[in-house]
Design a protein around this ligand. Structure first.
Ligand code: HEA
Ligand code: HEM
Ligand SMILES: [Cu+2]
Length: 691
């Protein structure tokens, strides 16, 4: 232990390990570390080569525009997802070759499922969802920005800082082996003195605060920043689900922060909250963690349900069937989800009557979820269906998610759960809700809102192939796990010698290859669409014949979103406005618009919190102190700034808006009959002459 580097030594890299013990296992670890380093180098070279550092800093990293922050969240999530999916595939390869001896050590496999689970939940699903909410909600409620734009940037910074800790754990030291739940006492000092659990703890502590702040920001934005006339029962369903998710984040994140902080105290200062002796009890961890953990999965899935609502209604050309029931179902799921956490440990010793109570509470969630599924189906019924990419994802969701939900119902029976708890049946269940439920929803949302942010849409053909690959890839990879689970295969199993597992893990392995192809296709779709962006341009801003406010402005949406705040009269206001000629009305008087000024505050907080986390993990106390002091210092400095706002002159707003309005009015109106052609021709799709 030394003062300068704490417990960090030269041998704490996978490369040193590779030299000391050359094997396929250590080579894989070094390869992964090499990829991280290579990725960082290539990014640096490209940014320098194309002189992008300044634009990156000026237009993105210091921006407080909710749309840009949303995009950065999603980019972060896509980077992390590439790692997460690759890790999933490596685990499948290990189990696929286990009968022949495999190629990974048990410890390495344990790190893989721990990083994979942690990354997928906290650094893929959460940022994807938060990113979409950032992009869509202010536009849908007719606002110019978030309630707290700078805090929004801080949330992103904290999330990125946690993600950076995850990435650096590949290169320096190693990650935890305790799964995404990091249960003590296994992760306590007695069993795990290394840095692994500390990486988990500080990545979660730092990003968790960011998520809670996001929740506050979203809730206040939706409460306070709605346009005139945007009553609660006129909001879009995506906004409703975002509001429920925001409230859930506010209540669910603190338990996670508390359980993690308590475990950190156990590890750093010898507290005994969760040890087996000296008064500790790990059941406290299990309870507090799952008080977060269960609501968390609905935090993720509710906004995806919101996307399905938008998609179903837009692409069947109908107002949502059962609007009120969808709102009430969302609220019911949000509330009930706080009463079911114990179903994650039915087998951990409480009496059967307690188990039964929680089992029943769990099953009750099927009712509001079913209401939603039937409402979406009724929305499609007799609609003018357009099979766009988001609709393909919706169909995949209908087929697959319902199966995953049903297996959840099976697990909710304590007596059945005793048989399949912690088997791959469970692994199949949760991937079956997370991938078709959350991931498909997010991908559908990206396809749907991409043109609004960038002014051009993504290629439909490639998007369809990608969606198809996700449906096939998911099914091949995860349905075999139900069978394996019923055969008795436990989760988190690095190797086995029961040859009966062989065929099923082989199929799952092939499925993982298809999923890898689907991942590659996502990036190819982006690349191809960006290259041909002129062909895909939709400057008028309404490529899907949209129904809600975000489609009533140009694409890309101007920085101020709305030149004049809209006056809302009903659900699907923009759609009705297009029909009775109110849409695209001329604006008589333009006004100056005050917007928040760009700032590096979030960036400073991100770097400082990273230093603090990294310092504590490695016991490099001076480094930790530096970060710890920099955070309040930056806050105090920020409080004294007075030049935090910037006025956009009315003339500038007028010029941009009038040019766009003129283009809209010059475009050929598309009549109902022509609408069956691909709906995304780059012109406004509306009926009649709006002038
Ligand atoms: C987005 C994520 C998500 C979602 C939506 C769900 C949804 C549900 N989950 Fe799942 N679950 C997870 C993510 C998710 N889960 C994760 C990550 C874990 C494991 C964590 C770990 O241990 O690592 C887990 C674990 C888990 C367990 C613990 C099992 C164990 O550890 O042994 C249980 C037990 O009750 C459960 C139940 C349910 C139920 C009842 C639903 C319900 O909400 C499903 C409701 C939906 C339907 C039922 C389908 C649609 C409904 C209809 C068409 C209406 C008609 C149907 C009926 C009337 C039945 N889940
Ligand atoms: C896309 C392809 C994916 C593949 C191939 C894959 C594969 C795997 C594998 C092999 C495991 C270990 C299973 C075991 O313990 O036996 C696992 C665990 C897990 N996965 Fe995935 N997965 C994928 C996507 C996702 C996604 C999108 C999410 C979340 C949004 C996710 C969340 C998890 C979680 C939470 C765990 C549990 C980790 C733990 O045991 O602590 N996965 N996955
Ligand atoms: Cu749960």
């Amino acid at each position: 232990m030394n003062l300068l580097f704490g417990r960090l030594g030269w041998t704490d890299t996978p490369f040193a390990e590779l030299i000391a013990h050359p094997s396929v296992n250590t080579a894989v670890a070094s390869g992964a570390a090499g990829l991280v380093i290579l990725g960082a180098l290539v990014t640096t070279v490209l940014l320098t080569r194309y002189r992008l550092w300044v634009p990156l800093f000026r237009d993105w990293l210091t921006s407080v525009d909710h749309k840009k922050i949303g995009v950065m969240y999603i980019v972060l999530a896509l980077v992390m997802m590439s790692r997460g999916v690759a890790e999933g595939a490596v685990m499948r390869a290990q189990q696929g070759t286990a009968l022949a001896g495999g190629f990974l050590s048990a410890d390495h496999f344990a790190q893989l499922f721990s990083t994979h689970g942690t990354i997928m939940i906290f650094f893929v699903a959460v940022p994807m969802i938060v990113g979409l909410i950032n992009i869509a909600v202010p536009l849908q409620i007719g606002a110019r920005d978030m309630a707290f734009p700078v805090m929004n940037q801080v949330s992103l910074g904290l999330t990125a800082s946690g993600a950076a800790l995850m990435m650096i754990s590949l290169v320096i030291g190693q990650f935890a082996t305790g799964g995404w739940t990091n249960y003590p006492p296994y992760t306590g000092l007695a069993f795990n003195p290394g840095v692994g659990p500390d990486y988990w703890l500080w990545a979660i502590l730092i990003s968790g605060v960011g998520s809670m702040l996001s929740g506050i920001n979203f809730a206040v934005t939706i409460y306070k920043k709605r346009a005139p006339g945007m009553h609660y029962m006129r909001m879009t369903l995506f906004t409703w689900t975002s509001l429920c998710t925001a409230i859930m984040l506010i209540y669910a994140m603190p338990p996670l922060t508390v359980s993690s902080a308590m475990l950190a105290l156990d590890r750093l200062l010898g507290f005994h909250f969760f040890t087996n002796d000296l008064g500790g009890n790990m059941m406290n961890y299990a309870n507090i963690f799952w008080m977060f953990g269960h609501p968390e999965v609905y935090v993720l899935v509710l906004p995806a349900y919101g996307v399905w609502s938008e998609v179903a209604s837009t692409f069947s050309g109908k107002t949502l069937y059962g609007y009120t029931s969808l709102v009430l179902a969302t609220m019911a799921i949000a509330v009930i989800s706080f009463t079911v956490w114990l179903h994650h440990f039915f087998t951990m010793g409480q009496s059967s009557s307690v188990n039964i109570a929680f089992g029943i509470a769990t099953m009750v969630i099927a009712v509001p979820t079913g209401v939603k599924v039937y409402d979406w189906m009724a929305t499609l019924w007799r609609g003018r269906i357009r099979l766009t990419v988001p609709m393909i994802y919706l169909l995949g969701f209908f087929m697959l998610f319902v199966i995953g939900g049903m297996t959840g119902m099976i697990l909710a029976n304590p007596s059945i759960d005793y048989q399949v708890h912690n088997s791959t049946f469970l692994v199949a269940h949760f991937h079956n809700v997370l991938i078709p439920g959350v991931l498909y929803g997010v991908l559908a949302g990206i396809h749907y809102w991409f043109p609004k942010v960038f002014g051009f849409r993504l290629d439909e053909r490639l998007g369809r192939v990608t969606a198809g690959l996700w449906v096939v890839g998911f099914s091949l990879t995860f349905f075999p796990l139900y069978v394996l689970g019923l055969m008795g295969m436990p989760r988190r199993l690095p190797d086995f010698d029961d040859s009966a597992y062989g065929p099923w893990v082989t199929v799952a392995g092939i499925g993982a290859l298809v999923v890898l192809a689907a991942l590659a296709m996502i990036f190819f779709t982006f690349w191809y669409s960006i290259r041909h962006r002129d062909r895909f341009a939709v400057p008028l801003g309404d490529p899907w014949d949209g129904r809600t406010l975000e489609w009533s402005v140009a694409a890309p949406a101007p920085e101020w979103n709305f030149a004049r705040l809209p006056q809302v009269r009903q659900v699907d206001d923009f759609w009705r406005a297009k029909q009775d000629g109110r849409a695209y009305a001329p604006i008589e008087e333009y006004e100056d618009i005050v917007m928040p000024r760009s700032t590096a505050f979030g960036l400073v907080i991100a770097v400082a919190s990273f230093c603090m986390g990294f310092g504590i993990i490695w016991h490099i106390w001076w480094f930790a102190a530096l970060g710890f002091v920099a955070i309040p210092a930056a806050m105090i400095f920020r409080v004294f700034r007075t030049d935090t706002e910037r006025t956009i002159p009315a003339a500038e707003v007028r010029e941009k808006t009038e040019a766009w309005l003129a283009a809209v009015h010059a475009a050929t109106p598309v009549t109902r009959d022509e609408e069956d052609t691909p709906a995304n021709r780059g012109r406004a799709v509306f009926e009649g002459n709006p002038a």
